[in-house]
Every structure is written in structure tokens, then in C-alpha cells.
Ligand binder design. Structure first.
Ligand SMILES: *Cc1c(COP(=O)(O)O)cnc(C)c1O
Length: 368
């Protein structure tokens, strides 16, 4: 937990000119507990290096800021985690960066949107909240052909147990560690993973100058979580499939979206790209979403109606279509119609926890 470290030799004052000094000096730049977590995450993703942050948003923000400059262009998924949707759509243009939201499940759309100044393609797969997938391997090949420097994958919903985007050709992977990787609903964190050189550059810019670092205490909690990630993901997946089947057969349910169901529009891609279908399900009910959301708040037992995901406890939240279109997605007409056809008045985002699948179905059945 130490914030400063006594050096074994004089090593300069600025983190930028401490040439050759490998020891610890100040925890914002490097810390032994943080290092352990970074090494473990890098091994999990099959890459050289990781940089962790105080939250997933701090990680995303640091990567975007350190890689992009005025007049660069970014292509990104038109549906994704709302914080990142708003950061890219609303904040980046204020700094002179051009942004193009589009359907990243359609490689032709990506291809025709690439400009000479396109520097980054930002993917999220599966993407919040409708679990749309992006074909990382094909998009990485396209990016190389067209000289787009960075392909970034927010892999929070997949985790490295399901997908290893760097092995599929991505330049960077981003995780909200707050979700599956911690898994216990007790620590927030974020990570960026990539090559040693890229992560060293990010470390200098992001920790020395931006400062959104993780507490060593949280690194310790997240290390505890990582130890059980493989068995947790197996259980999340098994139970999610059981619950997805239960919902599919339920008379009060309209649509169920889960990559592990043959009814998912990209089930084939899921089979190729996801070694585990994860524990996230989206569904829409036949009745009013708002009324059902209130009923869940009042009547659900151990399932909590709460934001976040990937925890040991099953969580559910309602994402009303009007609100998310207005605040975060701001889709064009065609994209909006496509979104509405899936989401109707709103989707319920269900994060399957580690409880018995039959108990989860029973709790849901009480309110449906
Ligand atoms: C939660 C989440 C984030 C943001 O992470 P925080 O740790 O909450 O800052 C980013 N992307 C996805 C897909 C997420 O689920």
C-alpha cells in the first residue's frame, strides 16, 4: 500500500528521465502489488504487458487521449457501454477529433467509413446492451490493409476466458476490471493490454500525467478475484444458457438475446470467436418494461435490480430505449429503427451470477 519507495541509487526527479532505473519510486507510476496484477492480466490475455487504472472509464479515457490528436478520425460501435459512447461521441469532437459511430457487426460499413486520417477502430464485443458482436479477426485484417494504426477491443463482457482479441490481431484490449475479472462486487478498476512498447508509452503518459491509477488495495482484491475467473466463467455460462432457454420458452417474454443461443443473429461468429458465451443476457418482455422494472425492484428475492455486471450475485437492470437514444447513442434514422426492432421500449440486461440456475429462473418467474 506504500505511496513512496526509498531508492537504492539516485534516480532523478521526473519519471520521464529516470533512465535505466528499474526500481520503484512513487506509486502513481509503479507499485509492486499493481505490477503483480498487471503481469497476471497480461498472461491471461496472452500478451506482453498491461496497465491498470482506477476504473474502466479511466482506462478508456487514457488510451483515447494518449493515442489520438487533433484531426484524427475514430470509428466506433454505435451501440456500446454508455460512458464510452458519450466520451467518444460528445467529448472527443470538442478536442478536434472526428468520430464515426456505426454498426461494427457489418465489416462493409467499417470499410467504407475508413478515411486517410482514421487512426483507431474502437470495438466492443459483445456490445452493451444488445450483445451485438464484432468480427475482431476480419476487422484487424481490414485495419492493417488500410493502415489504421489501432484496433481497440473493449472485451469486458467476454473476458479473456472467452476471447483473446490481441491473438486475433487487435492492437489493444480494454477491460473494466470492476466486472467479471474482479467478480466480487467490491473493487473498481480498468486495464489496457497490448505490446510492451505500446504499454510503456501509455504508462508514461497516463500515470505520470493523467493520474487515473488504481489503489494497490483494489489490485489485491482484484488479484483474489482473478484466481477464480476460469471456474466462475464456466458457471456463469452454464447458468446463462439455462436461464436463456427458460426465458425463450416463457409466455411473457418477447425476445431473448444471448450469444450461446442459435437464435442470436451472430451465433456462428460467437462459436468462432467466443470460447465461453459469458453470462450476459438481454431480453424484452411482452408487457411494459417500466412496470416490470418497478415490479422487479419491489418483488425480486436474491436477484438485485442494480447496475453493473459480472458479479457473483445475479443483477438485472432495465435500459429504456428512449432514454439511451437521447443521452448516449443518438443514432441516425436507420440505426435507430434497427435498434428499436430489437429493443422495443427497453431491454432488460441480466448478468447471471453464481447462484443455482433453477433458483434464478424461479426468482425471475415470480415477477414475469
Ligand atoms: C462497466 C463497463 C465499462 C466502464 O468501466 P468502469 O469500471 O465502470 O469505469 C466500460 N465498458 C464496459 C463494456 C463496461 O461494462
Amino acid at each position: 500500500m506504500s505511496s513512496t519507495f526509498a531508492p537504492s541509487e539516485f534516480a532523478g526527479f521526473s519519471a520521464l528521465n529516470r533512465e535505466g532505473y528499474q526500481g520503484f519510486s512513487y506509486s502513481r507510476v509503479a507499485n509492486p502489488t499493481i505490477d503483480q496484477l498487471q503481469e497476471k492480466l497480461a498472461v491471461l490475455e496472452g500478451t506482453e504487458a498491461a496497465q491498470v487504472f482506477g476504473s474502466g472509464m479511466a482506462a478508456a479515457h487514457a488510451l483515447l487521449l494518449s493515442r489520438l490528436a487533433v484531426e484524427d478520425h475514430v470509428i466506433f460501435s454505435e451501440v456500446n457501454y454508455v460512458g464510452i459512447a458519450e466520451l467518444i461521441r460528445n467529448s472527443l469532437p470538442r478536442w478536434g477529433i472526428q468520430v464515426s459511430p456505426l454498426d461494427t457487426s457489418d465489416i462493409k460499413e467499417i470499410s467504407s467509413a475508413i478515411r486517410p486520417n482514421t487512426k483507431m477502430i474502437w470495438l466492443e464485443t459483445p456490445a452493451n446492451p444488445i450483445l451485438r458482436l464484432a468480427d475482431i479477426k476480419s476487422i484487424a485484417i481490414l485495419a492493417r490493409e488500410k493502415n489504421v494504426k489501432d484496433v481497440v477491443v473493449d472485451s469486458t463482457f467476454a473476458t479473456p476466458i472467452a476471447t483473446k482479441p490481441l491473438e486475433l490481431g487487435a492492437t489493444f484490449v480494454m477491460h473494466s476490471l470492476t466486472k467479471y475479472i474482479c467478480g466480487h462486487d467490491d473493487a473498481m478498476g480498468g486495464a489496457i493490454l497490448g505490446s510492451k512498447k505500446d504499454i510503456e508509452d501509455l504508462n508514461l503518459e497516463a500515470t505520470v500525467h493523467y493520474g487515473g491509477i488504481m489503489s494497490p488495495f483494489n489490485a489485491w482484491l482484484i488479484l483474489r478475484g482473478v484466481a477464480t475467473l476460469p471456474i466462475r466463467m464456466k458457471m456463469h455460462e452454464d447458468s446463462a444458457l439455462a436461464v436463456a432457454n427458460f426465458l425463450t420458452n416463457h409466455s411473457e417474454i418477447n425476445t431473448v438475446i444471448y450469444p450461446g443461443l442459435p437464435s442470436h443473429p451472430q451465433h456462428h461468429l460467437a462459436k468462432e470467436q467466443m470460447m465461453n458465451n459469458s453470462g450476459m443476457i438481454a431480453f424484452t418482455p411482452r408487457k411494459s418494461g417500466l412496470e416490470l422494472a418497478q415490479k422487479m425492484i419491489d418483488k425480486l428475492g436474491f436477484i438485485h435490480f442494480a447496475v453493473s455486471l459480472g458479479h457473483h450475485r445475479t443483477l438485472i437492470y432495465w435500459i429504456p430505449t428512449e432514454a439511451i437514444l437521447r443521452s448516449s447513442f443518438k443514432l441516425n434514422k436507420t440505426a435507430e429503427e434497427k435498434y428499436r426492432s430489437l429493443a422495443s421500449d427497453g431491454v432488460f440486461r441480466l448478468s447471471i451470477g453464481l447462484e443455482n440456475a433453477e433458483d434464478i429462473c424461479e426468482d425471475l418467474d415470480k415477477v414475469l
